[in-house]
Design a protein around this ligand. Sequence first.
Ligand code: NAD
Length: 229
Amino acid sequence: MKLVVLTGAGISAESGLRTFRGHDGLWENEPIEAVATPEGYYRDKKRVRDFYNGLRKGLPQYEPNAAHVALAKLGDQLGDDFLLVTQNVDDLHERAGSKRVLHMHGELNQLRCEKHENHVFPFTGEEDETTRCPLCGASTRPHIVWFGEIPLYMDSIENALNHCEHFVYIGTSSVVYPAAGFKRIAHAHGAHVTCLNLEVDSDDSFTDTFVEGKASDIVPVWCQNFNTF
Ligand code: NAD
């Protein structure tokens, strides 16, 4: 595996989607405990479903930016030597043309069965208590990994991190684990680790190269230069 890319909310910021910890705050000003934990969901399912219904409904108004497009092109060039992992639940990587994206925190445009967690299906409407799993008829929940739940695709991601030559993390604050630990795993296995972010902490000992700037400026340039590394 030549390159593993990890993206976070920062790559979608210039498309208009708010980041998690930026000064304009949490999505729709809802507290994390209420809308991003299993406890919050079981306390008030309607509130949580409505929150994600609102985010899902808003998605089509946002367009992929130059950073999403550049990664899709690089992915096409590298084929199986490239893995794109995202913490984002939006669909901007796919709409930019990326073909294989691992959404480790789930996807807004999917729902999951409440009985069988492997029953996951595409969904673009409004979920409510009458929505049913098309495979078994049970009730559903947003296909979002909440705080305290286990992220998706961890085996494939760890395997790729253990074998990659380059790891780059883009637009992520590196505070949400396990994603925040990916740079350490890749670095320990000898990969060259690069951070592309609006603000960088150049003291980080697991990162070899830092590039500071807006994703739509720095990601296309970095991707263009990648083949010369
Ligand atoms: P975060 O909000 O914690 O951090 C965002 C990072 O992006 C910051 O380090 C910031 O400096 C950087 N950034 C902001 N604007 C940028 C720009 N224009 N160019 C480059 N970098 C920029 O986000 P996170 O680390 O992804 O973690 C938050 C969690 O919230 C994730 O797990 C994700 O699932 C979820 N989330 C997803 C979306 C989405 O799907 N678009 C949006 C918000 C939050």
